[in-house]
Design a protein around this ligand. Structure first.
Ligand code: GAP
Length: 447
């Protein structure tokens, strides 16, 4: 049976993955907070991304630029003029829609009335604020919350180039918050007004851009598969010409391809990440607006070139949501007995090992279990739990996706100096001696 969004929202709240923001005040529209387990999960997603695109490559470096930037950046980038969504209101039921999401503009999809939708109006998605204590009447202290992290990378291109001495092709990666005043946020954390992006701007010679574009599409697609996403739910979709963002519309660009995931609560596959060929749009625009030279000197040809840019741009929240719903399984353990289990890849699981004493009122057992947890925590995320019977503890760990449970029992302290290790997915149990268990866990989790 297809997983419903309410079931995911409810599990997330119950087990501390995601909470509604400002809940004690009745919530705040489309804003969500990550709870203890959600914070770990999202951090693991971001770390896996950073490891794959920065640490494991010698052609990439990282950056952490500010959210507030010079307002001219948004003129140069085209966001002030073109980062708009067409908005229509229903005069009858007061619902609001994105015109480009409607099949026809004759009938309101909410109340069904004909001829009640207004003409589309362009609505800029950037959040505005004012810098300093007073709001200048002439608008001279307006600033914007960045709608993409990408521009922080483009404007730092010369700084990174000069300080890291990278040669083309090379890329800059950044993870950070972005803000968009979305007209129709929704689907839980899928579309929100505040979200986190994981973006790469990869600079290359113009003639290499088509090949490098294709290589990044494949590399990024493989990343989701390597972290356990169900292959049949993941797909690639090249954009049609009329949906390309303003920076990917030039003749020189090879367009944009989205990596999409079939969420169980959506009718069609939805975008997790877009991989765009931005050509020289951004560097040329910033050179024009700032008056600075944003070129690369090629020592082989003695020429200054404006690099082309391939941009794999992913959403940390969307990826986290996809990994969460993909991991969700309901399994009949025996007739009439169903367990919920989150089959996270070990790299993403918020907790890797739970150490459980079979009897919490037996000091020797508790002592061994606590000591083992202290030993394991130096290598990986291990927790100790004695708040329920062993059967219940296993189910709880299944429900939050902990790959391994280690049980300390009477035999451990009286006979064999060994523990039982239970595998989350197979539920099989193995007896492992205490002096081998750390190595055994590291091997199983591929740490
Ligand atoms: N720099 C290019 C850029 O920002 P985008 O397709 O608008 O491209 C990239 O955004 C990614 O950011 C999307 O694929 C999605 O994962 C995430 N994203 C965009 N808007 C979002 C929103 N309102 N809520 C959550 N994630 C969002």
């Amino acid at each position: 049976m297809a997983l419903k969004m309410e079931e995911i929202v409810s599990l997330c709240k119950r087990r501390g993955f995601v909470f509604q923001s400002s809940e004690i005040y009745g919530g705040f529209a489309s804003c969500w907070d990550y709870g203890p387990l959600g914070a770990e999960l999202k951090r693991n997603v971001k770390n896996a991304w950073w490891q794959s695109v920065v640490h494991e490559r010698d052609d990439m470096v990282g950056l952490d630029s500010s959210i507030l930037m010079h307002p001219k950046i948004w003129e140069a980038s085209g966001h002030l003029a073109t980062f708009n969504d067409p908005l229509v209101d229903c005069k009858s039921c007061k619902s609001r829609f994105r015109a480009d999401h409607l099949k026809n503009l004759e009938t309101c999809p909410n109340c069904g009335n004909k001829g009640t939708l207004t003409e589309p109006r362009q609505f800029n998605l950037m959040f505005k604020t004012h810098v300093g204590p007073v709001e200048a009447e002439d608008g001279s202290n307006i600033a914007y919350l960045r709608p993409e992290t990408a521009q922080g990378i483009f404007v730092n291109f010369p700084n990174v180039l000069n300080s890291s001495r990278k040669k083309l092709p090379f890329g800059i990666a950044q993870i950070g918050k972005a803000f968009r005043n979305e007209i129709t946020p929704g689907n839980f954390t899928f579309r929100t007004r505040e979200f986190e992006q994981m973006e790469i701007e990869y600079f290359c010679r113009p003639e290499d851009a088509p090949r490098i574009h294709e290589e990044w599409i494949q590399a990024r697609y493989q990343w989701y598969l390597d972290l356990g996403i169900t292959p049949s739910k993941l797909s690639l979709r090249p954009h049609d010409k009329d949906e390309l963002a303003h920076y990917a519309q030039s003749e020189e660009s090879t367009g944009t391809t989205d990596i999409e995931y079939q969420f169980p609560f959506m009718n069609e596959p939805a975008e997790l990440e877009g991989i765009a060929n931005r050509a020289d749009f951004d560097l040329s625009q910033h050179a024009k607006y700032s008056g600075e030279k944003l070129t690369y000197f090629d020592p082989q040809t003695n020429e200054h070139v404006v690099p082309y840019v391939i941009e794999p741009s992913a959403g940390a929240d969307r990826a986290t949501l996809a990994f969460l719903v993909d991991a969700y399984h309901e399994e009949e353990v025996k007739p009439g007995d169903t367990r919920v289990v989150l089959k996270f890849h070990p790299k993403l699981a918020p907790t890797k090992v739970a150490v459980l004493p079979l009897a919490k009122n037996k000091p020797p057992i508790v002592e061994v279990a606590k000591k083992l947890r202290s030993q394991l925590i130096k290598k990986t995320i291990a927790v100790y739990d004695d708040t329920a019977s062993i059967g219940k503890l296993y189910r709880r760990q299944d429900e939050i996706g902990t790959p391994l449970c280690v049980t300390v029992d009477f035999d451990t302290v009286e006979k064999d100096n060994a523990v039982t290790v239970r595998d989350r997915d197979t539920m099989l149990q193995e007896r492992v001696s205490l002096d081998q268990v750390e190595r055994y866990i590291q091997d199983k989790l591929d740490l």
